[in-house]
Design a protein around this ligand. Structure first.
Ligand code: GDP
Length: 302
């Protein structure tokens, strides 16, 4: 019992903790199944997915006559992996053979979600991979945004193209950045954009213009939506507006290191119809990682 308690106390994740408590019982009762569902709900898995998971799990357990909680846990692991998408292609569409060079990535999302930070961390990932990178500061609305990106550029040793004046046309900065990246024969251009959300039409106008103008030089290969994992369903509504305004190719789930309940990965992929490709795990330059479904599911069950 002491060992069990110690293990529970060590688990940072209340989701994993509760599941661990339920699924280490000798046998599962009606109330236990409800607890499993509640726990999945609390983990942000989403109502529909939680109900479906538990229904499937129960009927599978009935069919196979499986009563051993450890085996049920293994079944849950498999189902979570299926839901998260174990074989989904999450690679960034960057430097594919035959594609135009540099590859262009646009970062979009609501202010404060971690766009600028993620642009910096992403640049670092590419640099570590031996690629040359240019950052474009097309968030000209927030005066400090270009400064912040410049700080990141210095930190990860990547040039930053910005405008000298506040409130400059973001599309013209993107145009300059694309021209410069092309001239420098860089591998990747990452464009940071403004995240103010007045209305969808306005957002479509601005992001659409940045994209069109960039594409005078180079095709945009990835549009990554940065979503703050700690905002749960609230963040999702805003994320949807961005997804509808520009059309995204991948999600970066930031701030998964904090109090975020990981289950949001499942609902966000379902809602937005694109995979989570990267996760933010802190504020430092090395705190961005490709999303790993196996590690993720093991993490929430731990
Ligand atoms: P932007 O307005 O979307 O460009 O957001 P910023 O990049 O300025 O980030 C907002 C805040 O979130 C900053 O304080 C970042 O350091 C912090 N942040 C960004 N990503 C992460 C992350 O993965 N984990 C944590 N803990 N903080 C993050």
């Amino acid at each position: 019992l002491t060992r069990l308690k110690a293990k529970l106390a060590k688990s940072a994740n209340p989701f994993g903790k509760a599941l661990f408590a339920i699924l280490t019982k000798d046998h599962l009762t009606e109330a236990d199944w409800e607890d499993v569902e509640d726990t999945l709900l609390l983990a942000d898995v989403g109502a529909e997915a939680a109900e479906q998971l538990v229904d499937e799990l129960r009927s599978d357990a009935r069919v196979t006559g499986e009563k051993d909680p450890a085996a049920v846990r293994e079944m849950l692991r498999g189902k979570l992996l299926d839901l998260v998408g174990r074989d989904t292609d999450r690679r960034l569409n960057v430097n594919k053979p035959g594609a135009a060079k540099p590859s262009v990535i646009m970062m979009v999302g609501v202010n404060g979600t971690g766009k600028t930070t993620t642009a910096g961390k992403l640049a670092r990932l590419f640099v570590a991979d031996g690629k040359s990178v240019v950052l474009g500061a097309a968030d000209t609305f927030r005066a400090a945004a270009a400064d912040q990106l410049e700080t990141w550029g210095a930190r990860v040793d990547v040039p930053v193209v910005r405008s000298d004046k506040d409130g400059a046309d973001p599309a013209s900065v993107a145009f300059d950045a694309a021209a410069r990246a092309k001239e420098a024969d860089a591998d990747v251009l990452i464009i940071d954009t403004a995240g103010r959300l007045q209305n969808k039409a306005n957002l479509m106008d601005e992001l659409g213009k940045i994209r069109r103008v960039t594409e005078k030089n180079l095709p945009v290969d990835e549009v990554l939506l940065v979503l703050d994992a700690t905002t749960g369903q609230n963040g999702m509504a805003q994320a949807k507006v961005f997804a509808e305004a520009i059309g995204i190719t991948g999600i970066v789930l930031s701030k998964l290191d904090g109090s975020a309940r990981g289950g949001i990965v499942i609902s966000v992929q379902k809602e937005l119809g694109v995979p989570v490709k990267l996760v933010g795990l802190g504020e430092g330059p090395d705190d961005l990682a490709p999303f790993d479904p196996e590690g993720f599911v093991d993490g929430i069950l731990a």
